[in-house]
Design a protein around this ligand. Sequence first.
Ligand code: F6P
Length: 551
Amino acid sequence: MKNKNVADLDYCKLSLRNEYAALMEKADSCLSLSELFARDPERGERLRCQAAGLTLDYSKQSITDEVFEELLKLADSCQLPRHINKLFGGDIVNLSEDKAALHTALRTPAEVLPDELGMISAELDKLAQLVFKIQQGVWRGFSGKRITDVVNLGVGGSDLGPLMVSHALDEYRDEGGKNLKVHFASSMDGSQLFQLMEHLAPESTLFIVSSKSFTTIDTLSNAQTVRDWLGHYCSDEAMLLRCHFIGVSANRNRMTQWGIHSENQLEFWSWVGGRFSLWSAIGLPIALSVGVFAFRRLLAGAFQMDLHFRSAPLAENLPVIMALLGVWNVSFRDIRAHAILPYDGRLKFFPSYLEQLEMESNGKSVTQLGEPVDYMTCPVLWGEVGTNAQHAFYQLLHQGTQPVVSDFIIAASRYDGPVQQPHQDALLKQHDLNISNCLAQSRVLAFGAGEQPGLLNSFRHYPGNQPSSTLVLNRLEPESMGALIAAYEHKVFCQAVIWGINPFDQWGVEQGKEVAVKLQSILQPGYDGSEPVDSSTQALAALIRQQRNKK
Ligand code: F6P
């Protein structure tokens, strides 16, 4: 890793850049989407970018060619290409923690990795061996039975990425993966675990304790609960630890202290951010489900997006365009809500994965140099499978008072691929129905519908002019999934560069964790009132203690 070079601290407030005022002015005189399309019949064809099996249609974004040019100038003035090189070159890009962010190295083929990063391939090989042993039944539980169930215990980046991808690629399970059920438990209250423990057989269940820091209380409390649970069935603790726990962490010492057997430890490194870690050994649940071959295909797809991102000119660079559109919408047009709408049940967990990726990364209000910003940064991001969301929150998108930008995500082909489906014809029809719903929704959001408002028909009026992008995957497969995730990762990085903020720290979250530890004592029955807390927290804790006494 390279040293921080103070001369490189070229982050500054977006509002101090020359392009800021020009873009603000343009945002004030924005044409409606209907007008933009009326003026340019080629717009739908023109505003499109393709890379690594993905097509981004951004014709329904409220931008003109002049705005786009100005946004590109802004990216230039922020020296975006130089920052991209620094990211990939292992420079210190996370200034507050003095760290590089080299998640892209995790998906770089071994042949082109620099020698000093050789440990990445070694760890991937170790992961492959573990997967083989578990899938093939070489790995046995304490009673000698093969493993039938694996539970990933982790939270945040140690849960959302593997959960999301395992679900998305479920149809690509290999033979070994079909013998295993992979489960996820993240909630600190133990409720997910509780449900699992009701059904799982301890002797054939393996737990992955996944935690970059190996200090996160959510994960460690779940891990302790299952350790105690297993202890009821087998009194040989050393055997339990050897046969039923794998640890994945950047903190080997902590894994060892907890009791993870050295051969069962998979390591990654402090320069991989938690929310960027699914490409590391944190991806073990993915490899267990779909096999190591498909896991490597996922990495290969992400690498293709990396190559594009590093080499394509800014005006044709898919993640850069996504980033610029985002900056335009939130910082200049004041659109503070961003909906993620995959029209594909396999991408059910993609919105929650992106919530962490985007909001934990860019939910910041000071620059890399610690100065407060005076413009909007990350919008509120949320989402749902599109067709379900249509019956939940689309009403607000169509007729509410909030401007909302949306990302629609679809796979062009489905059910006709290498994996044969039963009832294929019916499913193909359903896929078309699904896609037509997606197209219909983005269209109505953009152009509106219904009569002009009048006394009687104003309820039926859809004003339109809600911007959106549509991301089309040729097919949802390991490579395109990898490319899709990498595109969003790079989008987040580019936005951070333009906003002048650090996307790789999360100090706000750390604070909450510390406060929670301090507050544990105030729930205890004999609490002596010694903790200096506000009256609301004090009263709530008293109420909880009282309610507990009643039963
Ligand atoms: O929620 C904050 C956070 O620090 C995330 O950034 C991280 O992904 C998550 O906690 C889990 O952390 P760890 O992997 O260290 O248990």
